[in-house]
Design a protein around this ligand. Structure first.
Ligand SMILES: [Zn+2]
Length: 395
């Protein structure tokens, strides 16, 4: 006897469930009336969808506590504390940060480990991530469950299969990292993305770039990369590897770059360049870079000059991007955000000097709205995409 067709949730219903989930994820708690208005569906359809999502344990409908309202209390549809969460991971050369992120983007719990160079192997990293996954599960509410794993990697990630083509600061080449994660953590679907691509994704959903369809997120840590949105769509390139602004040639006679080239953008605005400009012959680390910024704030002339030099170069880099892509907004993350905070006038002046006037006038520069967490929260978005695409299959 075949299963009656009516027992299977249909594609339209699944799609609509995803729409409601996605809206609550982006905007937070909403009343049924707000959902009805935002989605253009009728009240009874919204009622059915909310009931389904509640039954699936994905959302809950409740009267907000502590609300000082007059009249009949209004029910809101929102995330539930014992609901699904994404495991988001931000992998950097010297650290591993993980977080359990709820629908709506709230960080429920986080873990951070130092990462030594001898721990850079993909299997060792996957092992450490598995440890974090267990610790996060223990730190979240009973009943809460992980729907997926999103990992931000400081390197070029092939979109089709999650192979990390190259991550120079981890010394990775052609590492099938998504497959390694799926082996170590079966049952927790893993996605891997480039840190800047994920940064721009999160900044657009809940950071400084909300509502902007033409935005560049430029992040500088040890490496420099860009996540680029053009006309509302992520600029990916043929293999998903676009955006390597850090290796655009700034001056072919410039310093050698770890990519094998010379005078790449990274060697002028990256953290190693900042330390070199400040006359400090030490490797970039969170502490050594923070010390330059702290000294510049305290009035140390060498540190101020170094920040100013990087700011001038950053303005030129921004000008090239503005001439090429005509963005509305450039969001600066990592140490480049600090450069903008400390020497914004220098960056702006350099941008004005080097960009075409027609495109210069429409662009503004801002620091990341999510601070250090842009890539981490972008990794959560990556993990949630699977749930939102089909909320029924996840349970
Ligand atoms: Zn390079």
């Amino acid at each position: 006897v075949s299963q009656p067709a009516a027992a299977r949730p249909d594609a339209i219903r699944r799609h609509n469930l995803g729409l409601v989930l996605s809206l609550v994820h982006r905007r937070g708690e909403l009343t049924r009336a707000q959902l009805t208005q935002a989605l253009g569906l009728n009240r009874s359809t919204i009622g059915d969808l909310v009931a389904d999502l509640s039954e699936l344990g994905l959302l809950r409908e409740h009267v907000p506590t502590g609300a000082n309202r007059v009249g009949r209390p209004s029910h809101v549809v929102g995330p539930r504390p014992d609901g699904p969460y994404a495991v988001a991971v931000d992998l950097e050369a010297d650290s591993l940060t993980s977080a359990a992120v709820a629908i709506g983007g709230q960080i429920l719990a986080r873990r951070e480990s130092k990462l030594d160079p001898e721990e850079h192997g993909p299997i060792t990293v996957a092992e450490k991530i598995a440890g974090h996954v267990e610790e996060l599960a223990a730190a979240t509410a009973p009943g809460a469950w992980a729907v997926g794993l999103g990992v931000s990697v400081p390197g070029l990630v092939r979109a089709s299969d999650g192979v990390v083509e190259v991550a120079p600061n981890l010394e990775w080449r052609g590492k099938p990292f998504r497959a390694v994660l799926n082996d170590r953590l079966p049952g927790l679907p893993a996605e891997v993305g480039n840190d800047a691509d994920l940064g721009v994704l999160a900044e657009r959903v809940r950071g400084a770039a909300g509502g902007s369809d033409d935005v560049i997120y430029l992040t500088g840590k040890i490496g420099v990369g860009a996540g680029i949105i053009v006309g509302g769509n992520a600029l990916r390139g043929h293999d998903g590897l676009a955006g390597e602004v850090g290796h655009v040639v700034f001056d072919p006679g410039g310093p050698p770059c770890h990519c094998g080239g010379r005078g790449c953008v990274e060697t002028y605005v990256g953290e190693a360049a900042l330390l070199r400009a400040a006359g400090r012959d030490i490797a970039p680390s969170r502490e050594s870079v923070a010390a330059v910024f702290a000294d510049a704030r305290a009035g140390d002339l060498a540190a101020i000059r170094a920040v100013s030099q990087i700011a001038d170069s950053l303005g030129r880099v921004a000008a090239n991007l503005v001439n090429l892509l005509n963005p509305q907004l450039i969001v600066l993350g990592g140490s480049l955000g600090e450069i903008l905070t400390l020497a914004g006038d220098t960056v702006e002046a350099s941008l004005t000097r080097h960009a075409l006037a027609a495109v210069r006038s429409s662009v503004s520069l801002t620091t990341a709205g999510l601070g250090e967490d842009s890539s981490l929260l972008g990794a959560a978005e990556l993990a949630f995409q699977v749930l939102i695409a089909d909320p029924v299959r996840q349970r």
